[in-house]
Every structure is written in structure tokens, then in C-alpha cells.
Design a protein around this ligand. Structure first.
Ligand SMILES: N[C@@H](CCC[C@H](N)C(=O)O)C(=O)O
Length: 285
């Protein structure tokens, strides 16, 4: 099967984007295709696959598959790329529009200069904070702040946040030496998280700056995670290290995002989205 694709990246978090207008796939093909295209050696090389399709509830629909073929409910960097694609490829005609995800409908606002989308703001909605919503396998508290996690006979503390997808945020002194690749995969698959978890190691540098590294569920080490950056700011507010309503610059490996958890409880994320290339993937199963 010959599959037309666009590769896009946002702060180095890169996905293969398929436009439903150009390629129709069966449901059972999506997970193996995500695995195939993501392989650096035998595919195109990416953090996963994103489908852009029509929506009955919004202007456009995004579905996101991680590099291991698992489907996730949300993707912040993917949303900004979908917004840029939808506007520049004329799927939508206004600078504000709605995008459906498995985690709910969000609103996008594209910032346009001479017809080109330079930055995208997404209203990521309200974070979900209870253990049931994250989800955790246990816990009756209202929030999972500094929640204990037993790993190899030791206790680590994390703050749990759902941005439609699950996040465990761990506060460290220095993200450059944080155990992202050693503890990340163990926490991702820990039985406390029945659906797995994205793992963020963060350091609150000042009242409006956070350093950030991530181990993503289903994709491993990535340069950036938009929902993770939102979860990091929410966790920093919950821990009273950042004031609610403050616009925070999150320094990710691939660049910076602006995130604010506003007084109305919504989390807003602003950052770039870029095209990498377009082409045809020759899928031979
Ligand atoms: N990179 C994304 C998140 C992608 C999905 C995540 N790995 C999950 O399984 O929940 C982002 O920018 O938010």
C-alpha cells in the first residue's frame, strides 16, 4: 500500500501525519502502521502516527498512536501541528477552531503571519487530578500530590495529573542528571498505573520557569511533550512553587513552551509547529 504522509515536528516531538482526504485505512491497520512508520531503521522514523480526519463534534479530529502502536487520548505537540496543518491546508478557514481528541474537544487559536502559522495556542481544558481520573490503581484522595511509588525497594514521590492522558511529575534538583532513561521505563509500566503513564522530571527554576525532561508512554525518550509540559505546570502550582495564573516558560529538550493554568481552571499552551517533509511511504507488510 502506498501511503501519502506529511512529517511534522513541534520542539522535536515528531509524528507522521496522515490526512483522511488522501488515504483511507481500516481500524486494524492503524496500530501496525504506527509501529512501521516510527521505526528509524526500517520506516520513516518518528515518535508515532497522527491521523487528521473529519469530526462530527468539532472542526477536525486528531487520533494519535505512539511509536509502539498504542493509541493515546491526547497529544499537545500533535494538536499544535494538526492546527497548523488544518489552517494552512484549508481544512478550516478561521483562526479559532475546535479539534476533537479521544480525551475531549479542545479549542485551537493559530497565530498567522502572511498566511503562515507561526505559533499555536491550545486551550487544553481542565486538568483531572483524582487518582480515579489519572488513573491510579488505588487512592481515594482528591489529588495525588507527592504520592508514594514503590520501586526496587525504594519510595519515589510523584504528583499525578491527567491532561486527557496520564502523567507522573517528579520534582528533581537538576533535570540534566535526572534518571529519565533508567527510572522512566520502570515507572511507565508500574502496576500503580493501570493504563501506563508518561513520566516527567522537572525542576522549578524560578516562579515562572521550569526545566523539563520526559519519558513518554509508548514512545520512550522524546524531545518534548506538550501535555507533559501542561501537567508539569499544574503540578508546580499544586506544590505551591508557581502561582496559578502565571505564564510559565517550560524549557524542554527541543525548545520552550508557554503554559498557564488560568484562574478559570483551564490550561493554555502556546508554542511552535513545523513541517519537516512530505512523501509516500511504501507499506509492505
Ligand atoms: N507527545 C505528546 C503525548 C503523546 C501521547 C503520550 N505518549 C501518551 O501515551 O499519553 C504530547 O506532546 O503531549
Amino acid at each position: 500500500m502506498d501511503i501519502p504522509f506529511t512529517k511534522m515536528q513541534a520542539l522535536g516531538n515528531n509524528y507522521i501525519y496522515l490526512d483522511d482526504r488522501h488515504i483511507k485505512l481500516d481500524e486494524h491497520q492503524l496500530s501496525p502502521l504506527a509501529q512501521a512508520v516510527s521505526s528509524v531503521r526500517t520506516g520513516i522514523g518518528s515518535d508515532g502516527l497522527i491521523l487528521i480526519a473529519p469530526s462530527e463534534q468539532a472542526d477536525v479530529k486528531m487520533r494519535i498512536f505512539n511509536a509502539d502502536g498504542s493509541e493515546a487520548k491526547n497529544c499537545g505537540n500533535g494538536l499544535r501541528c494538526v492546527a497548523k496543518y488544518a489552517f494552512e491546508k484549508r481544512l478550516v478557514h478561521n483562526t479559532r477552531f475546535k479539534i476533537e481528541t479521544l480525551g475531549g474537544v479542545v479549542e485551537a487559536h493559530v497565530h498567522v503571519q502572511q498566511g503562515i502559522v507561526t505559533q499555536v495556542t491550545i486551550d487544553m481544558g481542565k486538568p483531572r487530578l483524582s487518582p480515579k481520573e489519572i488513573p491510579l490503581a488505588e487512592g481515594g484522595e482528591e489529588t495525588a500530590i507527592d504520592y508514594p511509588l514503590e520501586l526496587d525497594g525504594q519510595y519515589i514521590r510523584f504528583t499525578g495529573v491527567s491532561m486527557g492522558n496520564p502523567h507522573a511529575v517528579i520534582f528533581v534538583e537538576d533535570v540534566e542528571v535526572a534518571p529519565v532513561t533508567t527510572l522512566g521505563p520502570k515507572i511507565e509500566k508500574h502496576p500503580l498505573f493501570p493504563e501506563g503513564v508518561n513520566v516527567e522530571f522537572i525542576h522549578v527554576r524560578t516562579k515562572d520557569e521550569i526545566d523539563f525532561r520526559v519519558w513518554e508512554r509508548g514512545s520512550g525518550l522524546t524531545y518534548a511533550c506538550g501535555t507533559g509540559a501542561c501537567a508539569a505546570v499544574v503540578a508546580a502550582v499544586l506544590k505551591q512553587k508557581v502561582a496559578k495564573g502565571t505564564s510559565v516558560t517550560v524549557h524542554l529538550q527541543g525548545g520552550d513552551l508557554e503554559v498557564v493554568w488560568s484562574e478559570d481552571d483551564h490550561v493554555w499552551m502556546t508554542g511552535p509547529a513545523m513541517y519537516v517533509c512530505e512523501g509516500t511511504y511504501f507499506w509492505r507488510m
